[in-house]
Write a new protein. Structure first.
Length: 70
């Protein structure tokens, strides 16, 4: 995954997941992932204009709990 010309190698921890903030063409996003190195490629992207970091993480964790419990 390339974001703004660089490949993030470590995301910051929050709750049970990891995140990084990126900017694409002037718009800001959160990438929420299950792992800090993005190896499993399980991630979702949330527009910062519509989500706080806390609501994005809560939504991501709800999606992952539902996915892994089915």
């Amino acid at each position: 995954m390339i974001t703004n010309g660089f490949v993030p190698n470590v995301l910051r921890p929050i709750s049970k997941t990891y995140y990084i903030e990126i900017s694409i063409m002037g718009k800001k996003y959160y990438i929420i992932s299950l792992t800090e190195d993005l190896e499993d490629n399980v991630m979702l992207i949330y527009p910062k204009s519509k989500y706080t970091l806390e609501t994005a993480v809560a939504d991501f964790e709800d999606h992952m709990d539902e996915y892994y419990n089915n």
